[in-house]
Structures are given as C-alpha cells and as structure tokens.
Design a protein around this ligand. Structure first.
Ligand code: ATR
Length: 289
C-alpha cells in the first residue's frame, strides 16, 4: 500500500494590484488601497509602477504584470488611452470616455473600465440632496477629464450641460459628441447665472499653473462648485465658493471614490469612503508639501 502523501499547505501569495503611470511616485492610490485592505484584514499589495510614455512600453509592462499574476491595475497619465487599446474588451463607460483608468487581467483577456466617471458621480451624489435641482451645469475645460465629468453629469440628470474651453473647437466637438451646449471661454462669469453646478476640469489653479480667473457672483446660493484638482486641496476656486457659503466638492473626493471599483475587483470586498480615509490622504498630502 502506498504511503499517504502529507498535505502540503502552501501559503497563498498576497493579492497584488497597482497603479501605472509616469510619473507615479506621488500617487495617493497605494495609500487608499492599503487602507481598504488593512481595514478588512486582506493580505494585499498595491504598488506604484512607473512605466515610461508610449504604447510599446505600456504593452510590455502589462504583459509582464499579467504573467506575474497581478490581478489588475489602475492606469493614470499618460497611459489611459493605451489601456483601452491594450484591452481585449471594455466597459461602455471606458468606450464612451475613450480612456480607461482600470485594467483587469481576466482569464479571457485584459478588460478595460473607467471608474473616474462613477468616482466623480459618487463624490457629487454624496453632496446632492433630494431638494437639489439638477439643472444647468457649467463645465470648464474640454480635455480627457471634462469628457468623463460630462458623462457623469448626464448620468446624474444635469441638463443643460454648458461647456466652455479656451480652445472653442474642442468644446464644440465634446458638446456634439456627448450632448451639450457651448459658450465662449470669455463669457464664463455670465455663464454661471442660474447654474446648479460649476465644475473646473482645467489645470488652472493647480500648483505651478496659472490661476483660474472667474467671478462666482452669478451663481445662485444653492449651487455646488467642484474642482477636480487636488494639489492644492483647496484651490482658489473652492476657497471663493466657500467664502460665498456654497457647497464644494474637491479633487480628493473623486479620487477616493474612483478607487472603490478597482479594490473590489482585485483585492477585497469592503471599500468605504469616509472621513477617516480623507484624513489619512490629507495627512499624506501635507507631508509632501
Ligand atoms: P485632462 O486630460 O486632465 O483634461 P488636457 O486634455 O490636457 O488634460 O486638458 C487640459 C484642459 O485645461 C484643457 O481644457 C485646456 O484648454 P485648451 O483645450 O484650450 O488647451 C485647459 N487649460 C490648460 N491651460 C489653460 C489656460 N492657461 N487657460 C485656459 N485653459 C487652459
């Protein structure tokens, strides 16, 4: 009779995910995912992964990560469009945005998704009340970030969506493609009259960039002002909105909420965005400044 084989218990390797970008060293995503994982005791590793610009470098890095058993990655600048190109399949949100910030290495091939859209929508929903009119939404900018924001605003029922951009043609392309109106960049103060919401998606107001020049006097007192910039956390735009007593949504809000789908897809099952998470991120931002 053959001797009974002893069962060898192999320890399961930690679940691994990461964020791919260039540069990526200052990403707050590792802190967000590690906070979620430690809260529910999940053995997980979430790495910042620097991949130099260009599709070839991105493709090689993704092939390697997949071979290493990485579950999936968040993707940031300058690779969001590469992620969509690399994927075998993609969500409607990623297709509509023309960019992906999530890539999941599935058995049937890499799958691209876009959680920036739901991240922005969730951040805004956390502020919106049943009494809020989802009327005129003024969007400043017409880049990749604006595209995601406009899709999110449409999903929340804001109408009309008015897009203003320094380069008017880009605003017109977005308005035509996604549904919306345009107004000249120089008319931004007047465009605020009667608006339920103002969103800055431009780089203006970011540390090292020129300020966003705008007078918020035309906004009704029920309006919400959102800025997707989080360096600095309180932009001059948000400070001016607060001074007027308006509700604000900052860039950290979107960042925290966009992490939830990736965490649930790759590492664990409970991802709660709360004041504790925000406090940890604010502390990390302060330590860096
Ligand atoms: P993202 O993907 O983050 O949206 P982007 O595609 O580079 O980045 O878009 C940057 C946005 O900021 C654009 O709307 C840009 O306006 P243009 O399309 O006219 O370039 C806007 N922006 C950047 N610098 C600006 C400035 N000095 N004045 C006005 N708008 C500016």
């Amino acid at each position: 009779m053959a001797a009974k084989k002893k069962a060898v218990v192999k320890p399961a390797p930690p679940k691994t995910a990461g964020v791919v970008g260039w540069p990526v060293g200052h990403s707050l995503s590792p802190l967000i995912h590690q906070t979620f994982a430690s809260r529910e005791g999940v053995d997980a590793v979430y790495l910042p992964i620097a991949v130099e610009p260009g599709y070839t470098a991105f493709e090689r890095a993704m092939d390697a990560l997949k071979a290493m058993g990485v579950k999936g990655v968040n993707v940031t600048i300058p690779h969001k469009e590469h992620a969509l190109k690399y994927a075998a399949s993609a969500s409607d949100a990623a297709k509509a945005a023309g960019a992906a910030n999530m890539l999941t290495f599935r058995d049937d091939g890499p799958y691209a998704d876009n959680s920036d859209i739901i991240g922005f929508a969730s951040g805004l929903e956390a502020i919106l009340t049943a009494n809020d009119k989802r009327g005129r939404a003024v969007v400043l900018g017409a880049g990749g970030a604006a595209r995601g924001v406009i899709i999110a605003l449409k999903s929340l029922g804001f109408s009309p969506i008015v897009i203003l951009n320094r380069t008017a043609e880009k605003a017109e392309v977005l308005a035509k493609e996604l549904g919306g109106e345009t107004a000249p960049w120089d008319s931004r103060n007047q465009a605020l009259a009667g608006a339920s919401l103002l969103v800055n998606t431009t780089s203006l107001g970011m540390t090292g960039e020129p300020p966003l020049e705008i007078d918020l006097a035309g906004l009704p007192e029920t309006a919400i002002v959102a800025d997707i910039v989080y360096k600095p956390l309180e932009t001059a735009l948000l400070a001016a909105a607060k001074a007027r007593g308006l509700r604000v949504m900052d860039g950290l809000s979107m960042l925290m909420h966009q992490a939830v789908p990736g965490y649930k897809a790759w590492l664990g099952s409970i991802a709660v965005v709360d004041a504790d998470l925000r406090a940890r991120l604010e502390k990390a931002l302060e330590a860096r400044s």
